[in-house]
Design a protein around this ligand. Structure first.
Ligand SMILES: *Cc1c(COP(=O)(O)O)cnc(C)c1O
Length: 475
């Protein structure tokens, strides 16, 4: 029999879409599965087999084509398709504000508040005192002013939007003076020079990469100068022979020439981390006190809340920002607002906030706490996996991530795992394919779990994943 005869024979054996659909419909499993999902799965399976047959794939046998075999694959595909695409994962990377894993995770009380507002009508834009339309920014403006010392505040969808909006409002068609040491790229194609162009402002660079002085700013001031911009170089550090101009120096120069000062803090913290033995990051309060007219920062970096762009500063400037039609396009959503308000309320008690806000708790965790967590996980793994894992504790470091503390490596006690019969890559892949996925890293040819970002309820999940892996056996 030649190849094409054999192929035709196999193609004829391939069940029809109609007959597979009929079989599926008689299976109660599919009662709650949308028809589009069933059909997609059927087509995927049939198309794949048909092309394998046409490519003379000799591994396709009549047995592969039996209805019951196909239905098994179809069900597996349907189950996969019914899973959400956006999944919770276990972050065992040790990177606290992990951009790829959703930056900050929210405190319990914040999640409760968010859920309350999500499932109910709210006074989002309704002033309950007078029974008329109100402003959506009121719920957080007072809190932000109280916590930062600023005159006025407002919030938008994210900090990139906040920077764009502020530049457009304050400096469209005018020159914005920025130090060459601060022309940063944040990632995800957010670059200060590009955002400046988009806002219609004209970038005027001054100074050099490592050193910029106040006279550099002074020398270029002319009638077209609209703003001094200072950008917190949050994801890198210039070290060695350096000089930069402080916000207060810029504010003093600006007030003599009627030029406002804006500071993009990026990571924006309300807590002085130097009190916890960490490097000093500029706080929002300090920037306000130094005389910056407008300050922008993220809600989900060091603040530890939801994604948002927070703008605080001068009342007149913020009133103009609110009137800007661009504000509507960057409007913060009510779920974010609910989460942000609840997060900010926690900051009224800074000592408590450090424990209640997961991002802060993980960054300020002591090496003792981390070692304890490491030992708990190690003991559990040893017990449940019958000593089949080779486990050791390594002194490695974790990072804050999210463009904060660029030089800071925080000491951590990590669990290093290898398993005989499995390569390190296989361990990494199996953990990544787990439900929920467990994301670690590979270092010194071992699979590394960093307890800094592992939550208490992640521990049984991790242990179960290794138990399952050992049961399935190695390659
Ligand atoms: C992260 C960052 C931004 C962008 O903030 P998003 O919240 O990601 O939009 C802007 N400027 C600086 C300095 C940053 O670090």
């Amino acid at each position: 029999m030649d190849k094409s005869d054999k192929n035709n024979k196999l193609l004829q054996k391939l069940p029809s879409v109609g007959s597979l659909l009929e079989s599926a419909n008689s299976d109660t499993f599919y009662n709650d599965v949308p028809k589009s999902v069933i059909l997609n799965a059927i087509h995927t399976v049939i198309d794949e087999l048909r092309s394998r047959i046409l490519e003379n794939d000799s591994t396709v046998t009549e047995n592969n084509l039996s209805g019951s075999n196909l239905l098994k694959t179809i069900k597996a595909l349907a189950i996969m398709d019914m899973q959400p695409n956006l999944l919770p994962v276990v972050n065992a990377t040790g990177v606290v504000v992990h951009t790829n894993l959703g930056r900050s995770i929210l405190p319990e009380v914040v999640i409760d508040n968010l859920a309350q507002i999500a499932g109910r009508y709210s006074n989002l834009e309704f002033n309950l005192a007078i029974g008329q339309r109100g402003s959506r920014y009121e719920s957080v403006e007072g809190l932000l002013c109280e916590l930062t010392g600023a005159e006025s505040a407002m919030v938008v969808n994210n900090n990139a939007g906040a920077v764009l909006l502020c530049l457009e409002t304050m400096a469209k068609g005018r020159k914005v003076i920025v130090s060459r040491g601060e022309l940063v790229e944040i990632g995800g194609s957010f670059r200060v020079p590009d955002i400046m162009t988009k806002s219609g402002a004209i970038l005027k660079e001054v100074g050099t990469t490592n050193r910029t002085h106040i006279h550099d700013y002074q020398n270029v001031i002319d009638d077209e100068t609209g703003l001094f911009l200072k950008v917190h170089t949050s994801n890198y550090s210039i070290v060695g022979f350096t000089a930069e101009v402080s916000v207060s120096e810029l504010a003093a120069l600006g007030s003599r020439h009627h030029i406002p000062v804006m500071e993009d803090l990026g990571s924006g913290t309300l807590i002085d981390f130097s009190k916890y033995g960490l490097h000093k990051e500029p706080t929002v309060q300090e920037s306000v006190a130094s005389g910056a007219d407008i300050i922008t920062f993220s809600g989900d970096k060091l603040l530890g809340g939801p994604q948002a762009g927070i703008i605080v500063g001068n009342r007149t400037v913020i009133a103009r920002i609110r009137q800007n039609p661009m504000t509507r396009a960057l409007r913060i959503d009510k779920l974010t607002l609910a989460a942000l308000e609840a997060t900010l309320r926690l900051y009224r008690n800074p000592e408590k906030a450090v424990n209640a806000i997961p991002t802060l708790r993980m960054i300020t965790a002591s090496i003792d706490d981390i070692s304890k967590q490491a030992n708990r996980l190690k003991r559990s793994l040893t017990r449940k996996c019958n000593n089949r894992l080779e486990l050791s504790l390594l002194n490695l470091s974790s990072r804050t991530g999210g463009g904060s503390f660029p030089l800071l490596e925080m000491p951590s006690k990590c669990i290093a795992i290898s398993i005989s019969g499995f390569s390190t890559n296989e361990i990494e892949e199996t953990m990544r394919a787990n439900s929920p996925p467990i994301i670690g890293r590979i270092e010194e040819d071992k699979f590394i779990l960093d307890p800094r970002t592992i939550q208490d309820d992640d521990i049984p999940v991790i242990v179960k994943a290794f138990e399952n892996m050992l049961q399935k056996g190695g390659s």
